[in-house]
Design a protein around this ligand. Structure first.
Ligand code: VAH
Length: 316
C-alpha cells in the first residue's frame, strides 16, 4: 500500500521544501499538505491541501481519518526570535501541537511521526565546540525550552507507549525556495537576498558569532533518511545532533564577496545577538553518522553558489 503522509505546518520554511520532496518521492496524491494559511503556488498546485490548526486535536484526527494518513511530520512551530516576543503563544503552539500528534500515535492513529528539534536546545553553559549528543542543556530561550521539553516527551512516549517518533536537532537552515520564519539564523538567508538586490546588508548579529548551519537540501535529505531507516538502527529517541557547517556573518560575507566583489556588509546587533550567544558554535553529529549513515553534502562555498544561482538577481 502506498505511504500516506500528512505535513502539519507545510507552508513554513522547512515544511514547503519537505512537502515538495516527499511528493517527488511518494507521489503528489500521497502527501497531504496542511497549515493555517495557504502556501506557495508550487505547494498548492502539486497535491492535496487542508487548512488545519496543529493545536486542534479533533481537526487533525479528522484529516488523518479522511485521508487514511500513516505518517505525520509536525513542522508547525514558533521560532526563537518570535517566541521571545510571545512566550505563552509559542509554548502553546510548540507543545500542544506535539502532544496532539504524540497522543494520536499512542492511540495508534498514526504509525510514524517526525518532530524537529534544534540546536536551540543547548544553552550558555553547554560546551560550545563540537557539542556532544548528550551534554549539559540549560536553554535560556522560550523556543529552546520548548524544544528541550519536546525532546523529553518524545523519548517518554517512545519508551512508555512504543510511539515511533523520530527527530533531528536542525542547525540554522538556508533555503532559497522559501523565506525564513522568525528565527535568529534568518540573517544567513536575508544576506543573499540583500546582496543580489542592493549589494549591501546590515546584519543583526555580530560579525564573529559562529553558528551551526545547513543548506536546506541536506536537511530534507537527513529528515527523509531518518524516517526511512530501520527502527532497530535508531538509538536516540530524544533528537539526533545533525551538522554540516559552521560559520560567522564575516565568513558568509567573504563567501558572497567572491561572487559579488562590491558587496558591503555592516553590523548592527539586536536582541537576537543575545540568543545566538547562548547556542553552540559547532555540533558533533557522530551518532547520526553511526546509527543511520548521515553525511552532509553542502559547505559554505557550494551553498553560496546555489543561493546566488537560484535567487532572483536585480542588476545593481
Ligand atoms: C531559529 N532557524 O533561528 C531556527 C533554528 C537553530 C536555529 O532553530 O530559531
Amino acid at each position: 500500500m502506498q505511504k500516506s503522509i500528512l505535513i502539519l505546518g507545510a507552508c513554513g520554511q522547512i515544511g514547503t521544501e519537505l512537502t515538495l520532496a516527499l511528493r517527488e518521492l511518494y507521489g503528489n496524491e500521497q502527501v497531504v499538505a496542511s497549515d493555517i494559511r495557504e502556501g506557495t503556488d508550487s505547494l498548492m498546485n502539486s497535491g492535496p491541501f487542508e487548512l488545519l490548526d496543529a493545536t486542534n486535536y479533533e481537526a487533525i484526527e479528522d484529516v488523518i481519518m479522511y485521508h487514511e494518513i500513516e505518517e505525520v511530520y509536525l513542522m508547525a512551530a514558533m521560532l526563537s526570535a518570535t517566541a521571545e516576543k510571545f512566550p505563552e503563544r509559542a509554548w502553546n503552539l510548540n507543545m500542544n501541537s506535539l502532544f496532539n500528534v504524540l497522543n494520536l500515535a499512542k492511540e495508534k492513529k498514526i504509525e510514524k511521526l517526525f518532530w524537529p528539534s534544534s540546536i536551540a536546545v543547548f544553552g550558555p553553559n553547554t560546551p560550545k565546540d563540537n557539542t556532544p549528543q548528550s551534554t549539559i542543556m540549560e536553554p535560556s530561550t522560550v523556543y529552546g525550552i520548548s524544544k528541550q521539553s519536546g525532546e523529553r516527551w518524545c523519548s517518554y512516549y517512545y519508551h512508555k507507549f512504543g510511539v515511533d517518533v523520530r527527530s533531528v536537532r536542525y542547525p540554522g537552515l538556508i533555503s532559497w525556495k522559501t523565506l525564513p520564519g522568525g528565527g535568529t539564523t534568518d540573517y544567513a538567508i536575508e544576506i543573499y537576498h540583500a546582496a543580489l538586490e542592493k549589494a549591501s546588508y546590515t546584519c543583526f548579529l555580530n560579525e564573529d558569532v559562529k553558528l551551526p548551519m545547513m543548506f536546506m537540501d541536506d536537511a530534507i535529505r537527513a529528515t527523509i533518511k531518518l524516517m526511512d531507516c530501520n527502527p532497530e538502527k535508531i538509538s536516540v529517541r530524544s533528537s539526533y545532533n545533525l551538522a554540516a557547517m559552521s560559520f560567522s556573518p564575516a565568513d558568509i560575507s567573504a563567501s558572497i564577496k567572491k561572487h559579488i566583489p562590491n558587496f558591503k556588509v555592516s553590523y548592527s546587533p539586536d536582541f537576537r545577538q543575545g540568543i545566538a550567544e547562548t547556542w553552540p558554535s559547532s555540533i558533533d553529529d557522530s551518532k547520526a553518522k553511526e546509527d543511520w549513515g548521515w553525511e552532509s553534502k553542502f559547505n559554505l562555498e557550494n551553498t553560496t553558489v546555489e543561493m546566488l544561482k537560484h535567487l532572483p538577481s536585480q542588476s545593481h
